[in-house]
Design a protein around this ligand. Structure first.
Ligand code: GTP
Ligand code: MG
Length: 151
């Protein structure tokens, strides 16, 4: 089953939004298969956002991601990579639709509270970067047959 990497950034943690964010993914029907709280180092943040290294906000972004604890999670479900991004909303909270996480809970692009992998390759890379293999679980639960309609 498809997996994606989701992180609650330090602003989301400080603002007490951990449960709110987890709840939105959980209620949708996605399954939490890994979770931990970590303070990323600056070097780690630079690795995570490597693709943005030429952007003018790169340094500020990496300082911000490494400024306090973040919650690293892996969520599993059919279409979770793409739909997870939908639940999260547009990068700039000024443009995110109401009803999305960023639309409902954030105001500016530099403090948009959550990260989500943007495709299958990045999902794989980010899961490997943030989590050790033994931190990932694999399990089935009783809700699945009601979520997917299979026995
Ligand atoms: P992530 O899920 O965090 O990767 O966001 P995204 O995929 O919606 O956007 P992108 O990967 O393009 O940018 C990564 C992060 O950089 C964003 O979430 C923002 O926090 C930050 N960012 C992007 N554009 C800007 C910008 O124009 N100014 C500032 N200050 N930050 C930006
Ligand atoms: Mg991104």
């Amino acid at each position: 089953m498809e997996r994606t990497f989701i992180a609650i950034k330090p602003d989301g943690v400080q603002r007490g939004l951990i449960a709110e964010i987890i709840s939105r993914f959980e209620r949708k029907g996605f399954k939490l298969v890994a979770i931990k709280i970590v303070v990323p180092s600056k070097g780690f943040a630079q690795k995570h956002y490597y693709d943005l290294k030429e952007r003018p906000f790169f340094n500020g972004l990496c300082n911000f991601l490494s400024s306090g604890p973040a919650v690293a999670m892996v969520w599993e479900g059919e279409g979770v990579i793409k739909y997870g991004r939908k639940l999260i909303g547009a990068t700039d909270p000024q443009k995110s639709e109401p009803g999305t996480i960023r639309g409902d809970l954030a105001v500016v692009v530099g403090r948009n509270i959550i990260h989500g992998s943007d495709g299958p390759e990045t999902a794989k890379d980010e899961i490997n970067l943030w989590l050790k293999p033994e931190e990932l679980t694999s399990y089935s639960n009783n809700a699945e047959k009601w979520i997917y309609g299979v026995n």
